[in-house]
Design a protein around this ligand. Structure first.
Ligand SMILES: Cc1cc2nc3c(=O)[nH]c(=O)nc-3n(C[C@H](O)[C@H](O)[C@H](O)COP(=O)(O)O)c2cc1C
Length: 238
């Protein structure tokens, strides 16, 4: 079955091999994708993977960036920089899905601000990742207020819109590995006492709002997925 063709939404794919998203911090300091990244993605497409999910891409110019030299989808300049990569992958017959990632409290390198935000003012467990240039524990994030809720949703939607316009075949919303949306799902990081914390339904609420808004904006003829996990990159015991 791995080598059978199948249909994912409207796309006919040659096989079921998918490249998992892998952060590589090889973009320009201002978040533009570059030729080095094009060669990297082209190799997977040439190798025959029907589907490639990009490394985690930050959606806004405020709090979402997690690592220095991570690529962005926060501006039209960012989106334009991805176009040659999208074109190359399509020329090789594969599809490309943009993984949109808000690092939340697990940010360790952000060109736009020194502050971090999260569901509650509780830092992630564990330490920053040394191979991505971090060291020591994480700072204490600011608990998100009403304005942050609106902005984070709008920024995911805007980034998805840019990805679609740049020719991507879909987006994967990063709800895993300890980043912002996973922080909402995690009981020891989400101590909110409003409708976004407490019960499982409440902890799911923000994640589902993001998904719904992205679907409403770009859902037609565009693949939309979400990644969830039980692990966290900074804390392998959870
Ligand atoms: C260097 C590296 C970077 C990764 N970056 C991401 C990422 O940006 N987004 C994500 O969802 N997962 C990321 N992951 C997790 C992988 O997608 C994958 O789930 C993980 O490596 C487990 O699969 P494996 O056992 O085949 O390695 C990363 C993994 C590695 C090794």
């Amino acid at each position: 079955m791995l080598f059978d063709s199948y249909k994912l939404d409207s796309k006919r794919l040659d096989n079921r091999y998918v490249v998992a998203p892998m952060t590589r911090i090889s973009a320009e300091a201002d978040g533009r994708a570059n030729d080095r990244m094009k060669k990297y993605y082209q190799r997977f497409a040439k190798g025959g993977f029907s589907t490639i999910i990009t490394e985690g891409i930050y959606p806004d110019r405020t709090f979402s960036q997690g690592y220095n030299n991570q690529p962005g989808m926060a501006t039209d300049i960012h989106a334009d920089a991805w176009k040659p990569i999208v074109d190359t992958v399509h020329e090789e017959g594969s599809i490309l899905i943009a993984q949109l990632m808000h690092a939340g409290g697990q940010s360790q390198g952000n060109a736009y601000t020194d502050e971090t935000i999260a569901p509650s003012a509780i830092p992630p467990k564990g330490e920053q990742l040394g191979f991505y240039g971090g060291s020591g524990t994480f700072q204490t994030p600011r608990a998100m207020d009403d304005q942050d809720f609106l902005e984070v949703k709008e920024d995911f939607v805007a980034a998805a819109r840019r990805a679609k316009a740049a020719g991507f075949d879909g987006v994967e919303i990063h709800g895993a590995n300890g980043y912002l949306l996973d922080q909402f799902l995690t009981d020891y990081l989400n101590k909110r006492e409003d409708e976004y914390g407490g019960s499982v339904d409440n902890r799911l609420r923000f994640v589902l709002e993001v998904v719904d808004e992205v679907l409403a904006e770009v859902g037609e003829d565009f693949i939309i997925g979400i990644r969830i996990s039980q692990g966290k990159v900074a804390d392998q015991s959870h």
